[in-house]
Design a protein around this ligand. Structure first.
Ligand code: B12
Length: 469
């Protein structure tokens, strides 16, 4: 038998069911863990689940199990990290946990990521997946402490940053400027969107400039991870990473993944000016896109917009979600939409910056007529791109507690589900999930009817569930 490859940290990136048009992006979270470990001289390798399969069809999961097992047997790691774990990966996590524990035993296997960080979901790891250790919260410092611990011949039981049955600890990096920039081992394979892949556009990279989210939307996990109070990197540190990406990898375009890139609506003009001026003075000539809340967007004035354009902003992604107040309130988003189409049109005419919007279909008491209303309204907002998603239910959110009786129920729901995609659609007496998915397809058809990619799979079969529906 060939000798196994010795490595300090082996990371396993779980695969997930991919929607048509969705990106394949190496998680920044793992990139951060790798650079933190490398900085302390530890070696790392990744088994990249999403390059093995892209659906949870039974044949794909079997293929994954076999490939994973073969790959694991080629390593002799000190520590094995599984993640970033998220709800939709349940079926893949079962396979990963089973083989990792079988091959390496329970003492050096642990998991991390958003799902492991959610209070109340620890049982999933300790009881259901039988993983003995998890890292809650930021993983960078924790992973180094764990490696130190194991290399010194001690058990992870003695590591204060590691959560286990009966002991939970939330890790938090206070000054995120101090973190090394994330490694990007699969950068060339990153695909950000179908549309841009088809156009064969410039090489992009993703960045994250904050941790946590200041808001508490009822459906979103980000703002409801209560340990994760908001932290933002300095403008200098952000622009340093952009420059690094340009010089090292010839990256010309950045996708900022922060839930809200500009985080200070009370002082938005200053915040825009500070970031843009720092970027412009560096002379990088890079383009970028960001997520922005509608209330912040509506505050942007002529000076802000022109400055954003000069600094390379090429697209703003607006989380619009609903076009009627009751729907927004049910989601915990208290945002006025008055003036939105005018502001979008104004920005486009003034700067040429493009606007994308996301919409959520379904929710408490919502009817088919409401959803059709959202779709109809979405076509009148002057957007260049629109995305329509059913309202998904994730543990760790207030919406989850409205929908399920206890913290464990989502697991049995997903295991019984014959749609093998790992998502829980919020259904009500008016709207079944079949109906919501159908409406979502209608929405894409309607929005993109006159646009060149109307025949894309993303438009015709967004969730890639056929032939099972
Ligand atoms: C960028 C992003 C994406 C991108 C890229 C995903 C990727 N592969 O990186 C795209 C658009 C493809 C995407 C898709 C989806 N996403 Co997403 N995404 C995000 C987002 C906005 C940022 C993630 C990020 O880079 N964070 C920054 C890094 C540094 O933080 P981190 O990932 O948490 O990692 C740190 C710790 O968690 C920990 N850690 C992470 N991994 C590990 C592993 C180990 C072993 C250890 C020890 C520690 C550890 O250490 C890291 C460094 O401190 C988050 C929201 C957010 N603000 O985090 C949602 C989020 C992760 N996504 C979410 C969801 C639901 C999805 C989708 C299922 C959406 C959909 N319905 O299709 C898909 C699934 C795809 C997938 N499995 O990755 C949810 C997950 C919720 C949940 N309970 O499962 C989040 C939290 C958003 C939300 N709605 O609340 N996503």
């Amino acid at each position: 038998m060939n000798e196994r490859k010795k490595v300090d940290l082996l990371l396993i990136n779980p695969p997930f069911h991919r929607r048509n048009g969705s990106g394949t992006i190496f998680p920044l979270g793992l990139g951060y863990l790798i650079s933190a470990a490398n900085e302390e001289g530890y070696t790392c390798d990744v088994i990249n689940g999403y390059s093995m399969i892209d659906s949870y069809a039974e044949s794909d999961l079997n293929h994954f199990a076999k490939n994973l097992q073969d790959a694991l047997k080629t390593y002799e790691p000190v520590l094995v990290g599984i993640g970033p774990c998220i709800t939709t990966q349940l079926r893949a996590l079962q396979i990963i946990a089973c083989y990792c524990l079988d091959i390496y035993g329970p003492e050096r296997v642990y998991a991390g990521g958003p799902l492991a960080s959610i209070d109340g979901q620890e049982w999933l790891f300790f009881e259901f997946l039988k993983i003995r250790y998890i890292i809650k919260g930021d993983g960078e410092e924790a992973v180094c402490k764990m490696l130190r611990c194991l290399k010194n011949g001690r058990s992870l039981e003695n590591c204060s940053c590691v959560s286990r049955r009966g002991y939970f600890y939330h890790n938090k990096v206070v000054d995120i400027d101090k973190l090394a920039f994330p490694e990007r081992p699969y950068l060339a394979e990153n695909v950000f969107s179908l549309r841009r892949r088809q156009k064969n556009q410039f090489l992009s990279a993703s960045m994250i400039t904050s941790r946590g989210c200041k808001y508490h939307c009822r459906y979103c996990v980000s703002g409801n991870l209560n340990y994760k109070n908001f932290r933002k990197r300095s403008n200098k540190n952000i622009v340093d990473e952009m420059q690094f990406l340009k010089e090292r990898y010839q990256i010309k375009d950045i996708i900022f993944y922060d839930d809200c890139f500009f985080s200070n609506p009370q002082n938005i003009h200053q915040e825009v000016a500070d970031f843009c001026n720092t970027l412009i003075s560096r002379g990088l000539s890079m383009t970028w896109q960001m997520e922005i809340r509608c209330d912040t967007f509506l505050q942007l004035d002529e000076t802000d917009l022109l400055l954003l354009k000069r600094a390379g902003c090429r697209q703003m992604n607006l989380g619009i979600e609903k076009t009627f107040i009751a729907g927004l309130q049910a989601l915990g988003k208290h945002i006025p939409l008055h003036g939105l189409p005018e502001q979008i049109q104004y920005m486009k005419a003034l700067t040429g910056i493009q606007a994308a919007g996301t919409f959520i279909l379904g929710g408490r008491d919502e009817t088919e007529a409401d959803v059709r209303g959202i779709i109809e309204n979405s076509t009148k907002l002057n957007l260049d791109f629109a995305h329509y998603n059913p309202l998904f239910v994730y543990p760790g959110t207030p919406l989850y507690m409205e929908y399920f009786a206890d913290e464990r129920e989502w697991v049995s729901y997903l295991l019984k589900d014959n749609w093998l995609w790992g998502e829980i659609v919020y259904e009500n007496a008016n709207l079944s999930r079949e109906k919501i998915l159908h409406l979502s397809e209608e929405a894409y058809k309607q929005f993109y009817a006159d646009l060149p990619y109307r025949d894309d799979k993303m438009v015709k079969d967004r969730f890639r569930l056929r032939p099972s529906i």
